[in-house]
Design a protein around this ligand. Structure first.
Ligand code: GLV
Length: 314
């Protein structure tokens, strides 16, 4: 049966002309509220929120196929109560996101923002043996907070840079440990040992604001924080205080609590590299994400199980 499907207009160029043959696709820009109606499927981008009230106004809805691996924009419990399946886009963006985390690690460890500013402001007077000395990654310790797909991919790359790896995770990741030499430690142990702490946990009730003043106090003086996960995992005021107080050596941030707003102290700080949420932003990855989201819709509308349901989904 022909179904009405709502897809984020921003995804249109990444999709084929007729992405869901046999169904009626309507396009919705991020700037517009989700319309009420008899839509059977929605493919949103992560700025679109779905809560109880949205599900109430979409009585025919069978699936929300989020075009992102994170799904903190969707109230999964409310979806389940309404019998709506929620899917995300795992795996296809793992490498692109891990690569971007590494871009940030290298940029902060090697003081790229300060170096670039030196050239841009025409203040560079030539090579100097003491100029902008950074952290030698070989032999340094990388702390991975959340050793899921992306956290592990960041760890695999660390082997090539000669880093020691420690991680915290609910589970022991034996295969990861065997292939990288990573060791599972307590959070306190990770913060005390790591020269670079990289966050790879989803935003949940448990993780929101978890990187707070006490967390920074336990990090090694001069160490770096990398966040390619979600902005609200970090208490921004505590981050700014840790940077301004000199406790943190720098930060590499791809995500922020109130995107697209970015705290001015982070933008101007010479040791903070900020990117506009580019983790999965490669042509191949974005095509793969949209393709997977649409395949999830196709399967569910055909009465088959979704390919990548999120935990706790209907
Ligand atoms: C991007 O942030 C994603 O969750 O895919």
């Amino acid at each position: 049966m022909m179904a009405r499907v709502l897809i984020a207009a921003e995804l249109r160029q990444l999709l084929a002309e007729d992405p869901l043959p046999g169904h009626a696709v309507e396009w919705i820009p991020a700037s517009e509220l989700t319309p009420a109606g008899d839509f059977a499927a929605v493919v949103p981008i992560l700025s679109r929120q779905f809560g109880n009230a949205d599900f109430d106004t979409l009585p025919a809805l069978r699936i929300v196929a989020n075009c992102a691996v994170g799904y903190d924009n969707i109230d999964v419990d409310a979806a389940r109560r309404h019998g709506v399946i929620v899917t995300n886009t795992p795996d296809v963006l793992t490498d692109a996101t891990a690569d971007l985390a590494w871009y940030l690690i290298l940029a902060v460890a090697r003081r790229a923002k300060e170096g670039e500013a030196l050239i841009r402001t025409r203040a560079w007077t030539g090579w100097h043996p003491q100029q902008l000395l950074g952290l030698e990654l070989r032999g340094a310790t990388l702390g991975i907070v959340g050793a899921g797909r992306i956290g592990q991919a960041v760890g695999h790359r660390a082997v090539a840079f000669g880093m020691r790896i420690v991680y915290v995770d609910r589970e022991e990741r034996t295969a990861f440990e065997e292939s990288t030499g990573a060791r599972r430690v307590s959070l306190g142990g990770l913060l005390a040992q790591s020269d670079v702490v990289s966050l790879h946990v989803p935003a949940t009730a448990e993780t929101r604001g978890m990187v707070d003043e006490g967390w920074f106090a336990r990090m090694r003086p001069g160490s770096f924080l990398i966040n390619t996960a979600r902005g609200d995992v970090v208490q921004e005021s505590a981050l700014v205080a840790a940077l301004e107080g000199g406790r943190l050596g720098g930060a590499g941030l791809d995500v922020f609590p109130r995107e697209p707003e970015v705290h001015p102290a982070l933008v101007s700080h010479p040791r903070v590299v900020t990117l506009p949420h580019l983790g999965s932003a490669t042509v191949a990855t974005r095509r793969a994400m949209v393709g997977l989201a649409v395949r999830n819709v196709r399967e569910v509308l055909a009465g088959r199980p979704p390919l990548t349901p999120v935990p706790g989904s209907a």
